[in-house]
Ligand binder design. Structure first.
Ligand SMILES: Cc1ncc(COP(=O)(O)O)c(C=O)c1O
Length: 377
């Protein structure tokens, strides 16, 4: 008996380790969190109690009809994506939706182009399915370098993955960049996997869904989630909007992965879609923290662009250290501040650290004082 090679090749996440240390040690301030520090909206908490006895049954694998109808309406109105409930699969978080898309669209050793740096869940997830992630670099604004994407395309390329607003960089892709990516997808007949987990956390510019651009309906799978927009990470509720053939394939795979997303979360999801005032309240507070943390990081000598979306800063540490991992570990050991080393997000992230400002303002203040001390030594 043995553990599969596939599993043993999955990376041990430094981030998971850092967050575990921070959680076990009250004296550590963690800027490592990848989730809102707010609770779920009060209306959701109250409704959870109310419906607790009414959700003991499976839902259809594609998700409850009422939720898919509500999502289709939202997508048409807010994202400009023409779709119907038949295009939608409801999943246990958007991470599961990505897995279903990868299993449905990619055969063994087929390639998906992903930005580097990017969310650390992508590469291992594709590798788990024996597909091949291929890294593409970012431009000076942390947007995908479309010339580099073109260079990476081979006969094995099936998809391009994009993430706007971006984790870990906070970039919000411009319409121009998205149009260029759309052009490449059409020219080479590729899927675009558009991860829009942070679509509602935008401070500057406007979030554009690539699926709303002309001619993209047959190419794009759009991934969204209740985790960040409504502070509902633990409810594990996400969804994907995909062309009909791909949606049908994902529905089939879903039956063999989790059967269906939790019924209680789906019932809550319908209600959550009307909680935009709560989202706005969170975004206002993130914005206040964003301005503060970016100013402090730059003042202490860590060049940091103003993020336009999500809740992360991505700072250049090369004036102080070559390796982000040793920088983060030393900061944790000496000053009890946890940040995520940029290398966790792919080779393009080396030389950077990610700080999450989904953390109380006062904690960020203390963490910044400690980091400044750390850099002076
Ligand atoms: C960019 C991005 N995509 C997807 C996810 C997965 O989120 P969930 O499965 O909770 O929807 C995360 C989580 O941090 C993320 O940062």
């Amino acid at each position: 008996m043995h553990i599969s090679e596939r599993e043993s090749e999955l990376p041990e996440s430094d981030m998971a380790k850092l967050i575990k240390i921070a959680a076990e040690n009250n004296s550590v301030i963690s800027l490592g969190a990848g989730e809102p520090d707010f609770p779920a909206p009060p209306a959701i908490v109250a409704y959870t109690k109310k419906i607790a006895g009414k959700c003991s049954h499976y839902s259809p694998p594609e998700g409850r009809r009422d939720l898919r109808e509500a999502i289709a309406k939202k997508m048409r109105k807010e994202n400009g994506i023409r779709c119907s409930p038949e295009n939608i699969i409801v999943t246990s978080g958007s991470q599961e939706a990505l897995l279903l898309a990868a299993a449905s669209a990619l055969d063994v050793s087929e390639q998906v182009i992903i930005p580097s740096p990017s969310f650390l869940g992508y590469v291992p997830m594709f590798e788990l399915l024996n597909a091949s992630p291929v890294c593409t670099s970012l431009d000076v604004n942390f947007e995908p370098d479309t010339d580099d994407i073109r260079k990476r395309i081979t006969s094995k390329t099936e998809a391009i993955l994009i993430n706007t607003p971006s984790n870990p960089t906070g970039a919000v892709y411009s319409r121009k960049t998205l149009e260029q990516i759309a052009e490449i997808a059409v020219e080479h007949d590729l899927y675009v996997f558009s991860d829009e987990a942070y679509e509602k956390i935008v401070y500057e510019g406007k979030h554009v869904s690539i699926g709303s651009l002309n001619g993209m309906q047959e190419h794009v799978a759009t991934f969204q989630t209740f985790s960040k927009s409504y502070a509902m990470c633990g409810y594990r509720l996400g969804y994907v909007i995909a062309p009909p053939k791909m949606a049908a394939a994902m529905k089939k795979v879903h039956i063999y992965s989790t059967i269906s997303a939790p019924t209680i979360s789906q019932m809550l999801g319908v209600k959550a879609l009307s909680q935009s005032a709560y989202t706005r309240k969170m975004v206002k507070e993130y914005d206040r923290r964003r301005r503060f943390i970016v100013a402090r990081l730059n003042e202490m000598g860590l060049p940091t662009k103003m993020p336009k979306g999500a809740f992360y800063t991505f700072s250049d540490i090369t004036a102080f250290a070559k390796e982000s991992r040793s920088f983060a570990l030393s900061l944790l050991k000496k000053k009890k501040v946890a940040v995520v080393p940029g290398i966790e997000f792919g080779p393009g992230g080396e030389g950077y650290i990610r700080c999450s400002y989904a953390t109380a303002y006062e904690k960020i203040e203390k963490a910044m004082d400690s980091m400044e001390d750390f850099l002076k030594k």
